[in-house]
Design a protein around this ligand. Sequence first.
Ligand code: F6P
Length: 472
Amino acid sequence: MSRTIIVSNRLPTKVQRTASVLSFTPSEGGLATGLGSIYKSDDNVWVGWPGLSIEGEDEQQHVVEQLHADSMRPVFLTDAEIKGFYEGFSNETLWPTFHYFSQYAVYDLTQWETYRAVNEKFCHAVLELAGPDDTIWVHDYQLLLLPQMLRKARPESSIGFFLHIPFPSYELLRVIPWSKELLEGMLGADLIGFHTFGYMRHFLSAVSHLLGATSQNGIVELGNRSVVVDSFPMGIDYEKYATTAASEEAAGHIRQYREALQEVRVILSIDRLDYTKGIAERLKAYDLLLQRHPEWRGKVTLLMVVVPSRDQVAQYQSLKEEIDELVGRINAAYSSITWTPIQYFYRSYPLEELSALYRLADVALVTPMRDGMNLVAKEFVASKEGQQGVLILSERAGAARELSDALIINPTDTIQLAEVMHEALTMPEEEQVQRMESMQALVRQYNVHHWVELFMNRLFYSKNKQLTLATA
Ligand code: F6P
């Protein structure tokens, strides 16, 4: 029987070690939360890293057994691989470059070699598992070389690739010394998907400039084979978010939070700790709101959840310090005995509590500097079913291409953002409901199930067309 083998750097379950005891918890991030609820259908399997260096054989065996039971196959990485591949090339070269933060990018030959070696390691893990009829679906920037490695080993396999982050302009990509190899790696797939048409256009332009390959209507011709390139905006599990937010458990949390917050209006901000998310700019804009509209002092609170992420990477450590300092300064400047302007939480929350926060919030601030899609924006919309609420959304998040009924802002323009927060807090109820309902209709229809179906059908038809042409 044919299966789909999902391959991503991180598994949807992460293993953590506390005082030598291993625990298993859901991973954070768009990919894991987005696909996590559906990969278990049929006989599908997810191959990836469990998020921790586990070197002892007994411990590895324990992890394998636990994850096997949940259809996952771990790829274990050594400390040196985590450093060179994950913290290094993935998150110090590709991540900043693809998000237009090339001033943070490092170009290090050893990290590049480790990146290639770890992609090979993933390739072996997939080949051990995949039968000739299985479909292999590779995800994200950590595994850009994998499609081509798989193609070499299994020329007939059906291979899809999806990039969850932006694809930058060719002018940025070309700065990476190994940009050609990266493009060739991706082109091993039969189908390459992006969240937006803009990212797809950048990719096709890079392929033409750097590799000289021509394309027509999104089909790249490589001589012996062709690769289909298209945009597939990722959705969320709408029902899961709408139902959890309306559940008794969430209602209990909401009552508790409301009692503590009293009458104040709530602006919500939830992100992984990342410089691409615009967290510092958001804080500066909130400071401006309190300066320019002093009537909100004592009447609004910013609930800010920052989920720890990549804390071994230098830029993330200094961003954490900057955020701590900004929150401290704003709270010290405006707090009163009965009111705290920013309630700041540096941790992750289970779904029920997150849903309660979405439900409680009057306004959600999703203002990244760059973001492939941003599923938090969609989760907020789904959690607000039957309720009012306003979404403030960055024009540079992929989600802005779809959620045009949000208040769309330029995240660098802190004055504009402060004024739009004021506008959101004073928006008539009727307008809030109207905007929310139109966004809900879209997020409900183009949900994650629809996204998977669209991608898989397209992969199936592109592959079949190629086979037909090859045998004609
Ligand atoms: O959505 C982009 C992404 O990098 C995913 O690939 C990843 O799972 C998620 O963000 C979280 O990042 P990390 O795995 O580095 O914690």
